[in-house]
Design a protein around this ligand. Structure first.
Ligand code: GLC
Length: 515
């Protein structure tokens, strides 16, 4: 699966790649019902990954290399194996132990869930428990899998506990926190129906005024956390995962006394289309400007179909876990060409850019994992119709000519790597100037000179995005079908593919305007 020892060994790779920081998805003890996003103990490391001493060593070694470390905080829900949940089940209805979660009596004499809320992984958001006396009893809320019971953040003990957890990790030297599922953390009082039809999809980007998503009280929690972060000298960073209805709602998460940054799902899910991307960039910057927060940009994550694959399909946008994507043929050569151009777009935009592990190697989604290997709860909860997110989580190929490509000394990785990844290993790409790894390394270095410069669009033919960052840097991305003339635009600093006087389709270039 990968562990902290392995991550420590590869820190020099990250430093060489040229990133400033690494975000680590949950490393806490967990039964892994949802890739570690079901936490059983917030103050330890899962033994599969290592120990607290390993985490301390990782922090020290990362800092020595100039890398910062951001850890994931999953505060909307715990694991069902967290001691609090076990205590709540044992204590029974009406107990203070149950007040840390949402336990409610069912409707229709107890047989129906307390309301119509739905789970992000499909199906309803409530599960009925068997009471200590052996009878079917109350229901508990889980906006994600049943193994992830939601915490009730209006209970003071919950908020106090997370204050202490944040301090625990800041005291150990972490540099920042990625806040998981931030909009879920507050619920409308009384838990009213949301108006979801039975079997409704979890469409948080379309919800307005929803009682279990993006409820205003979320911001009280974020302000509380910001005060704690600031008490550590002012350079600890928060980034939220907030999939909400449009940039204006998103900007509320990064008001001056809340989080510093937030992931930008409008960009991540945008199709490979010049007008759509320009609209996302403009609306993002316009919404964030009044609150003074920097934008963030990324096209892939541990929750989305890798963009090399998406960009090689008829429909190039993304949907959480690939749930609602229409099936179509994939042209991986086209996808990679576009993904390389997308890297130069993303890394030229003002604000923070994220690189999802392996995108710097041009990895595609693994679409043919054997069914018995699938781990994502989406697979079972969708009645084995939606495969979920495992295809983007297959471990990196480091070196060698066959799996496990140096990832493990064991026989195989937890999700099997395709044999065809031999030509995509980090070792195979490292010294090849034309490789995707070399492109990312060069771009991440050049990008440093963009700090502090604003962005201004330039006139460009339809399907072409062109903008300057200050007087000495220009980015041109051709998303049209025809080549575009680059004559007189300046000296080429970096290109995502072969280009001369003309910029071919699905290619991007960074230029130093002349004169
Ligand atoms: C976030 C995580 C995702 C996880 C979910 C529940 O969306 O990115 O991986 O399944 O929260 O914690």
């Amino acid at each position: 699966m990968g562990d902290l020892g392995g991550l420590r060994r590869r820190l020099p790779y990250l430093a060489d790649l040229g990133v400033d920081a690494v975000w680590i998805t949950p490393w806490y003890p967990s039964p892994m019902a949802d890739g570690g996003y079901d936490v059983a103990d917030y103050r330890d490391i899962d033994p599969r990954f290592g120990t607290l001493a390993d985490a301390d060593a990782l922090l020290a070694e990362a800092h020595a290399l100039g890398l910062r470390v951001i850890v994931d905080l999953v505060a909307n829900h715990t694991s069902e194996q967290h001691p609090w949940f076990a205590a709540a089940l044992a204590a029974g209805p009406g107990s203070p132990e149950r007040e840390r979660y949402f336990f409610r009596d069912g409707r229709a004499g107890g047989a129906e869930p307390p309301n119509d809320w739905v789970s992000a992984f499909g199906g309803g958001a409530w599960t009925r428990v068997t009471e200590p006396d052996g009878h079917p009893g109350q229901w508990y809320l889980h906006l994600f899998a049943p193994q992830q019971p939601d915490l009730d953040w209006s209970t003071p003990q919950v908020a106090d506990e997370f204050d202490a957890i944040l301090r625990f990790w800041f005291d150990r030297g972490i540099d920042g926190v990625r806040v998981d599922a931030a909009p879920a953390m507050a619920k409308a009082p009384g838990l009213p129906d949301a108006g979801h039809a039975p079997g409704a999809a979890f469409e948080s980007r379309n919800w307005v005024g929803n009682p279990h998503w993006d409820v205003d009280a979320v911001h009280d929690i974020l302000r509380r956390w910001r005060r704690i972060g600031d008490s550590y000298g002012g350079d600890r960073l928060f980034v939220t995962e907030a999939v909400v209805n449009g940039p204006e709602r998103l900007s509320r998460y990064v008001r001056p006394d809340e989080m510093h940054t937030t992931f930008n799902f409008d960009y991540l899910t945008s199709p490979w289309d010049a007008a759509a991307l320009r609209q996302v960039v403009d609306s993002t910057l316009a919404a964030l400007e009044p609150v003074g927060a920097p934008a963030t940009w990324v096209f892939s994550s541990h929750d989305e179909t890798r963009h090399v694959t998406r960009f090689g399909r008829a429909w190039t946008g993304a949907a959480f876990g690939g749930a609602a994507l229409p099936a179509s043929e994939t042209d991986l050569e086209l996808g990679l060409r576009r993904a390389r151009a997308a890297a130069l777009l993303t890394l030229a935009l003002p604000g923070s850019a994220y690189v999802y592990q392996g995108e710097e190697l041009g990895l595609p989604e693994v679409e043919d994992l054997p069914e018995e290997a699938l781990q994502d709860p989406t697979w079972e909860r969708s009645g084995r119709t939606v495969r979920g997110r495992d295809g983007c989580r297959v471990p990196l190929p480091w070196e060698g000519d066959r799996p496990p490509f140096g990832f493990t000394t064991g026989a195989a990785t937890w999700l099997p790597q395709p044999a065809g990844w031999a030509r995509l290993t980090a070792a195979a790409q490292h010294d090849d100037p034309g490789s995707t790894l070399s492109l990312y390394r060069a771009a991440l270095r050049l990008r440093r000179r963009l700090r502090g410069t604003g962005m201004s669009w330039r006139d460009a033919p339809e399907g072409v995005l062109a903008f300057d960052r200050g007087p000495r840097f220009r980015c041109v991305v051709n998303l049209a079908a025809e080549p575009v003339d680059l004559a007189g635009q300046g000296e080429v600093l970096l290109a995502s593919g072969p280009c001369g006087a003309e910029l071919p389709a699905d290619t991007a270039v960074w230029l130093a305007p002349g004169g």
